[in-house]
Design a protein around this ligand. Structure first.
Ligand SMILES: Cc1ncc(COP(=O)(O)O)c(C=O)c1O
Length: 401
């Protein structure tokens, strides 16, 4: 199956350093299928205009394409209404939007609960909110295997907890977190829950109704769409009640020099000209993703990741970092006697793209006692051959250190 999927991604035909490219950095950003590239260029070739307030044919077509993309995203995540799908620049901006909009709701004595497993995008906005509001940021621990420590989570959750923010899938270790359970526990103490779905949206079926989180954030570029666009889903009553976080065009209903009334959802949270071509590209990415049977997608990726994990476990001098109960797409590891960056460079020379460093999870790396790891992350276009080249690439890198 992966051969035909692979053919949809033109970049995978290129070479790196004279070797056929093995792309194992999809957790950082996925490659784009031709259908997405065509949708973005097609938008500029045939209908480019600013959206809403349409007074001419192009503006009307651009608006329809932009809003059609919103509807595709709504269906993709099973959000009850399109007004609950807010376009942002990406996961980071979605989380910052919520953290800013919640400012007036928190005060000294309140707590914000996150975990040690978070990306900086799901730490720093909450730190800033804590500084603004006087609330306390609390971080629940993880186990040595890289799972959320569920007992510690339950211990730290209490009636002072106002916000809980957790990733669905860890970008550094691939841990799939039991978000359904954690959302239930957080709601039981009256906390609002945000799920950082940056690493989940390309891999897991998403259903906002059954998940029941209050907010869900994700990025288009990690699910085969363009960069610079992402989504914040929110429960309607919360979105209605929260104030806008950025002011400008689009988000207003009426402006006088003294006073402004705000637009309805979702526009209240979409100040300024949006990333129209990005939304159109994201819509095409959703179409692409939904054209592939979910079961095939998961089975193929899982098989490759499990194969790579079992190969790495047998390699002398290679140590896996994190062995979570349920893993998706990502493998972090260290090679004895070598800095992760050196392994990354030696693999790059062989045409193999992996990522090295702290993966924007410095508190997690500190907890695991390492400044960084080598990370390979898989996607639906990877193949058995990629796993073979990856394993051979580590062996060769080892021979140089
Ligand atoms: C788990 C997680 N959260 C948040 C982000 C931030 O995403 P973006 O840079 O697209 O805003 C990333 C990106 O790597 C991520 O992996």
């Amino acid at each position: 199956m992966s051969q035909s999927i692979r053919a949809d991604f033109p970049i995978l035909d290129r070479q790196a350093h004279g070797e056929p490219l093995v792309y194992l950095d999809s957790a950082a950003t996925t490659q784009k299928p031709q259908a997405v590239i065509d949708a973005v260029s097609g938008y500029y070739e045939t209908m480019n205009a600013n959206v809403h307030r349409a007074a001419h044919a192009l503006a009307d077509e651009a608006t329809q394409a932009f809003e059609a993309a919103r509807e595709k995203v709504r269906a993709f995540i099973n959000a009850p209404t399109r007004e609950q799908v807010i376009f942002t620049r990406g996961t980071t901006e979605s989380i910052n939007l919520v953290a800013n909009a919640l400012s007036q709701r928190l005060s000294p004595g309140d707590e914000i609960l996150i975990t040690r497993l978070e990306h900086h995008s799901n730490i720093v906005p909450w730190q800033m909110l804590a500084q603004r509001s006087g609330a306390t940021l609390v971080a629940c621990d993880i186990t040595d295997n890289g799972d959320i420590d569920l007992e510690d989570f339950a211990r730290r959750l209490n009636d002072k907890t106002r916000v809980v923010a957790i990733n669905h899938v860890s970008n550094a270790l691939g841990t799939v977190n039991p978000v359904e359970t954690l959302i239930g526990q957080a709601h039981a103490v009256g906390a609002v829950v945000l799920i950082d779905g940056a690493q989940a949206s390309a891999h897991l079926p998403l259903d906002m109704v059954s998940l029941d989180c209050d907010f869900y954030a994700f990025s288009s570029h990690k699910m085969f769409g363009p960069t610079g666009i992402g989504v914040l889903y929110g429960k309607r009553d919360l979105l209605e009640a929260l104030p806008p976080w950025q002011g400008g065009g689009e988000m207003i209903e009426h402006v006088t020099m003294e006073h402004t009334t705000y637009n309805v959802l979702p526009y209240k949270f979409e100040a300024g000209t949006p990333n129209i071509s990005g939304a159109v590209g994201l819509g095409a990415a959703v179409d692409y993703l939904t054209s592939i049977p979910q079961a095939d997608l998961v089975a193929q990726e899982d098989r490759l990741v499990q194969l790579a994990v079992s190969e790495l476990k047998q390699m002398p001098g290679v140590r896996l970092v994190g062995e979570p109960e349920r893993r998706l797409s990502v493998i972090s590891f260290l090679v004895d006697g070598a800095h992760p960056n050196d392994i990354g460079t030696l693999m790059d020379r062989q045409g193999i793209a992996v990522r090295t460093g702290h993966h924007c999870t410095m508190p997690l790396m500190e907890r695991l006692g390492t400044p960084g790891t080598v990370r390979a992350s898989f996607s639906l276009y990877n193949s058995q051959d990629d796993v073979d080249r990856f394993v051979a690439g580590i062996r060769k890198a080892q021979s140089f250190v």
